[in-house]
Each structure stands twice: as structure tokens, then as C-alpha cells.
Write a protein that binds this ligand. Structure first.
Ligand SMILES: *Cc1c(COP(=O)(O)O)cnc(C)c1O
Length: 403
């Protein structure tokens, strides 16, 4: 036990637990303001009778990228409501800072532009990634160049102009995991970006394992209700400053209303992720034992995503669900299912998609907060026309799918 805990030294307060931060971080000043709910500042501009003062604020932002003191001059530079969400997310991830964006893809774009603007245009990445991230890197839309490799090949793939190593863990949609600590080690001085959208800070805090940059599609679990798009990068303040400058110049800001909803989403994040994960683990157990299912993917760290491969036609499962919603995206309070080869990973070249383990019979399910028995009943009726593995273990590949 540390002596400060024994002496109760009030200058080093005990760190607050994640569940506590989730409902308090970014809101520490509210009681002093006489408020309980977070105020929403929709201002696009901020009046000032002191243009010399404004000039100084603009110069200081251009020089440092630090959040401006006082009013933010213009809504593309900063916003007090989205800043609360950033503060809270940084606290949950254990980073100095976080910078929010209009979507997850806008966040990844800003990270790539920061590095490319320093002449570091080469990216080393591990598949699978979210379909659009794969496309953004593979198509070189931002003037970057990518080398795809597996975790063991990272050190060898790094070049003098490598600005970033990017992985997703658990990965979308196969839920493949990488050892962040080992990977961070092979990156040397090149920043490692972990897309932690599937894990959330409830299950994984990549910076503690040596990653420098954590990316979230806030559209998913952080928002949690399928009604807000956003992206956020958690990192050290030095990188955050560059990100703010790129965000100011390129304009992919998070709307203040979205910032409000995302901050509200964070307050229930630990509860939602734990409850949905318990159901996902139970569904994983049942699907694994089910002879109609060829293979189940579920990460060691847990979580609310389950992917599985069926015998026969996967499209029939999508058309047969009734309680579960057949839709792309994930992380909402309700359960969603989709066929990655048709939707989320459609944009990835077919050969690359298959090589990354995204087969044509793979279905990806985002488990929500419904009762697990209701979810199981819906899955069972949707799978009822399935060919099944025989008791002898024979695989029914040649049998027709359903009627
Ligand atoms: C959805 C998603 C993204 C992209 O986020 P948007 O908010 O849709 O732009 C990036 N990474 C992962 C893992 C995702 O699931």
C-alpha cells in the first residue's frame, strides 16, 4: 500500500475509477456554474471588441495548436461543448488530450494529414481494418502509401519515411486481435495508432500498452444509441496540437450537438459495454455449440461483437431476422447484423478481403441490450432453414441452402 493512501495526502488524490470518470469527467466545473446538465454552445462565432486580443489568439493557435484561452474566436477552431467530450474521452483513455472530428473517417484523415505534412507519407498497416480505412490507405486518396503486413512483419516494413503504423484490435469484422505491447515494441519510434472502436476504453486502453494514438469511430459505442456520428483521437498533447491545426484547416469538426450526445453516451458506456458483452459471450457459447454454425469469432478481451460463419447462404439469415436489425454499423443499444462482404467491407478488393479472413459466409453481429433469450430465439428462427453439421462431423457444404 502506498504511504500517501495511508496519510491521506490530499495533494495526490486517488485516481478515480473508469465508471466514475464516465459520469464526471468533462463536467467537473458544472456544480460551480450552478448547472447539472451540460450546456450546449451552438455559437459559430464569438463576439469580441478587442481585435488585437483576437489576433494574438489566432497567432498563438497557429504557432502552438493549443486550445485557445477564452472564447474560441470561430466555431471551427474549438467549441466548449465538444471540448467537454474531448476532456472526458482523454480521461477514459488515460491520455493527455483528445481531439474530436465529424466522423471516424475524418479523424483518421486528420492523423494521416498530420504525418504526411511532415513528409512522412508511408503507412504500415495490418489487415483487416474497417473497410473504408482499408480503402483510404489502399487507394492513396491522401497521397499516402501503404505497406500491408502482419504483426510479425512490422519492423521490417518500416522505412525512413514511415509516419504511422496502424492496427485495429479487435479488428473489424473478424475480431482478430493483436498484442499491442509486442507491436508497439516493433514500431520503435514510429507512432502506433490503434483503432480501438470495438474495444472502447472499458475493455482496452492501448496507450497503457505503448500505443501513441487511439482512434475511435465515436459513431459506434461511445455514442451508443445509433443517432450521432463522430470520431475522436486520444493522444499526447503534442500530437493533439497538430491535429487541431489540421482540423481547423480542413474543417472536419464535430457538431456541438454531437459533442453533447457523445458526452452523454460516455456516461453509460461502462454499463452498456459490460451488459452487452455478457450477452455476446452467452450467444458465442450457444453459437459455438450449434451444428448450423461453421465457425464463431469472439475476442479474448470480450466485447459485444460476435462474428460467425454459417453453412449455406448467409444472405438468408439477414433477410430472416425479425428482432435483430439487419443494418451496417454497430455499438448501438439494439442488436444489428450485417454481411461484411456485401456491405461494411464491400469497398475492399475481393482478393484482399478474402486474404484478410473476411469470407463470403461471415456475418457480423453487434449485440445490444435486449434480453439474451429474445436474441437467441430470433437467431434460432433465422437459422431454422440451415443445413447443419452431422453428428459424425460431416460438413454440409454440398447441401442446398434451405428450401
Ligand atoms: C465505423 C468505423 C470506422 C469509421 O467511422 P465513421 O464514424 O463511420 O466514419 C473506423 N473504424 C472502425 C473500426 C469502425 O467500425
Amino acid at each position: 500500500m502506498d504511504t500517501e493512501a495511508l496519510t491521506g495526502d490530499s495533494t495526490t488524490p486517488r485516481p478515480r475509477a473508469l465508471a466514475t470518470e464516465a459520469v464526471h469527467a468533462g463536467r467537473d466545473d458544472l456544480a460551480g456554474l450552478g448547472l447539472h446538465a451540460v450546456p450546449i454552445d451552438l455559437s459559430t462565432t464569438y463576439p469580441s471588441y478587442d481585435s488585437r486580443g483576437e489576433a494574438e489568439r489566432i497567432d498563438s493557435f497557429a504557432a502552438t495548436g493549443a486550445r485557445p484561452d477564452g472564447p474560441p474566436v470561430y466555431g471551427r477552431l474549438d467549441n466548449p461543448t465538444t471540448a467537454r467530450f474531448e476532456t472526458a474521452l482523454a480521461r477514459l483513455e488515460g491520455t493527455e488530450s483528445a481531439v474530436s472530428f465529424a466522423t471516424g473517417m475524418a479523424a483518421l484523415t486528420a492523423v494521416l494529414l498530420v504525418r504526411a505534412s511532415m513528409g512522412l507519407r508511408h503507412v504500415v498497416a495490418v489487415r483487416p481494418l474497417y473497410g473504408c480505412s482499408d480503402h483510404l490507405l489502399g487507394a492513396g486518396l491522401l497521397g499516402t502509401e501503404v505497406t500491408w503486413t502482419d504483426p510479425a512483419g512490422i519492423a521490417e516494413a518500416i522505412r525512413p519515411d514511415t509516419g504511422l503504423v496502424m492496427v485495429e484490435t479487435p479488428a473489424n469484422p473478424t475480431l482478430a486481435e493483436v498484442d499491442i505491447q509486442a507491436l508497439a515494441h516493433s514500431c520503435g519510434s514510429v507512432p502506433l495508432l490503434v483503432d480501438s472502436t470495438f474495444a472502447t476504453p472499458v475493455l482496452q486502453r492501448p496507450v497503457e500498452d505503448g500505443a501513441r494514438i487511439v482512434l475511435h469511430s465515436a459513431t459506434k459505442y461511445l455514442g451508443g444509441h445509433g443517432d450521432v456520428m463522430g470520431g475522436v483521437v486520444a493522444c499526447d498533447e503534442e500530437f493533439a496540437a497538430r491535429l487541431r491545426q489540421v482540423r481547423f484547416a480542413t474543417g472536419g469538426v464535430l457538431h456541438p450537438m454531437a459533442g453533447y450526445l457523445l458526452l452523454r453516451g460516455l456516461s453509460t458506456l461502462p454499463v452498456r459495454v459490460r451488459a452487452a458483452s455478457a450477452s455476446a459471450a452467452e450467444l458465442t457459447r450457444r453459437l459455438t455449440a450449434d451444428p448450423r454454425i461453421a465457425r464463431v469469432h469472439y475476442p479474448k478481451i470480450g466485447g459485444a461483437m460476435v462474428s460467425f460463419e454459417v453453412y449455406g447462404d448467409p444472405h438468408r439469415v439477414i433477410s430472416a431476422v425479425r428482432l435483430i436489425t439487419p443494418a451496417v454499423s454497430l455499438g448501438s443499444v439494439d442488436t444489428l447484423i450485417q454481411h461484411p462482404a456485401s456491405i461494411s467491407h464491400r469497398i475492399v478488393d475481393e482478393g484482399d478481403r478474402r486474404a484478410a479472413g473476411v469470407g463470403d459466409r461471415l456475418l457480423r453481429m453487434s449485440v445490444g441490450l435486449e434480453d439474451v433469450e429474445d436474441l437467441w430465439a430470433d437467431l434460432c428462427q433465422a437459422l431454422s432453414d440451415r443445413p447443419a453439421r452431422t453428428a459424425a462431423g460431416n460438413v454440409p457444404e454440398s447441401r442446398p441452402a434451405g428450401r
